[in-house]
Design a protein around this ligand. Structure first.
Ligand code: TRH
Length: 385
């Protein structure tokens, strides 16, 4: 049997889960759905272990769900194993180790080298997607692969089975209740079910007070370690998993930090999801539920340009009042404008946003999924059958 094409995927984790979140999904999909032999190099295994229960952070080399996982440590930099992939993916410009680059250049058939870029809805992305750059001193070409929201980008990560699994979960009247009960959560029937994942500077306290004062009941679930200061302040005690409080119309409960597949189910089980960064924001869109995105803050407020570009795409075709409510709320959650002022119109628009969420996901699915688009691209440029 011919050996499989090998892909080495490199990911640096700097105290965040996003880069590993994206890299781990991509690695699994390339392995399972596109029949590559995938090796995922990660520099910080404990961060990886938080979103993947099957990983042992003590092991420098292991196989997890069919993917070879290797610790990208200082031994590597000192000239460790230099088996080079047929395809090399550098996640988010993480800069490959110099000895590895030399080993790539020394191969008679050079690997297909991909820089997987950050997600952005900005128009320039279409022009840069799949562009190539020749290495200044080595005989290597790097291709820039951009995820995105249009057919002229790489699309978004979506497992082939995800729409079916989500639809089956939504169709099962007991699925969400049972899932939430297993987390110790029993929202009253009719309560607005909210999940909360954000950066520490989001106006969380304001949100909690608004839900508390609302006439309509809410049940808010926050994974342990998220917005700890604000959540503890509202609870009046340390925000540990299992702790909850009911004040006014709001029950706030801290749940365990979930693994990735459980987190998907949490998003599917809620009426409104607050998400952040990149991967959770994409998962919220596939959940087909209203969501609020806190984009990762960048220097010189570059993230607000990205956020506005995304809003312009997602809101195109929505009625002006709904679009305005959504713009105001997303921007206020990211620090532009008063959250308390933006909330009432957004809260009232939630039933419309539910229909819009399904419509938006249908549009996004037409762009294909990122792993399939990437697999097709590397096979084409690498002449791989
Ligand atoms: O960790 P993040 O803040 O990631 C970000 C982005 O990648 C951003 O682009 C990058 O520049 C920045 O880091 C440094 O948020 P993100 O992308 O949503 O990733 C979180 C991951 O954690 C995602 O895969 C979902 C997962 N998750 C769980 O598995 N369980 C949980 O309980 C929660 C709350 C999240």
């Amino acid at each position: 049997m011919p050996s499989k094409t090998s892909i080495h995927l490199f990911c640096r984790v700097v105290d965040n889960f996003g880069d590993i979140g994206v890299s781990w999904r991509l690695a699994r999909q390339l392995q399972v759905e596109h029949e590559f032999e995938v090796t995922l190099w990660v520099d910080h295994l404990p961060s990886f272990a938080r979103i993947c229960r099957n990983l042992n952070p003590e092991l420098a080399r292991q196989s997890v769900e069919g993917v070879n996982v290797r610790h990208w440590n200082s031994d590597f930099e000192r000239g460790g194993p230099l088996d080079v992939g047929d395809v090399v993916v550098e996640a988010f410009g993480c800069a490959l180790p110099p000895p590895y680059l030399l080993a790539m250049a020394a191969r008679p058939i050079k690997p297909v080298w991909i820089n997987l870029e950050y997600l952005s809805a900005e128009a320039w992305v279409e022009g840069c997607h799949a562009m190539q750059s020749v290495h200044p001193s080595l005989p290597l070409i790097k291709y820039f692969f951009f995820p995105g929201f249009t057919p002229r980008t790489g699309g978004l990560l979506m497992e082939v089975d995800l729409p079916r699994a989500r639809t089956a979960f939504a169709a099962d009247t007991n699925a969400a209740t049972a899932f939430l009960q297993a987390l110790g959560c029993s929202p009253a029937p009719g309560a607005l079910r909210v999940s909360l994942f954000c950066y520490p500077d989001a106006p969380v306290i304001t949100l909690l007070h608004l839900l508390e004062a609302d006439e309509r009941p809410s049940f808010c679930m926050v994974p342990e370690g998220v917005a700890t200061e604000a959540v503890s302040a509202f609870l009046g005690k340390a925000a540990a998993a299992g702790v909850s409080v009911t004040r006014g119309s709001l029950t706030l409960r801290v749940i365990p930090f979930l693994d990735q597949s459980e987190y998907d189910r949490l998003l599917w089980s809620c009426d409104l999801n607050f998400v952040r960064g990149e991967d959770s924001a994409v998962r919220a869109q596939w959940a087909e539920r209203p969501f609020v995105w806190q984009i990762y803050p960048q220097d010189e407020l570059a993230h607000l340009v990205k956020l506005r570009a995304f809003l312009a795409r997602m809101c195109a075709g929505m009625s002006p009042p709904v679009s305005e409510a959504l713009h105001n709320l997303f921007l206020a959650w990211s620090g532009v404008g008063e959250f308390a002022q933006a909330w009432p119109a957004f809260r009232d628009a939630l039933p419309y946003l539910q229909a819009e969420a399904s419509h938006w996901a249908t549009l996004l699915r037409r762009n294909g999924d990122l792993a399939a688009n990437l697999a097709r691209f590397v096979r084409k440029v690498g002449g791989i059958s």
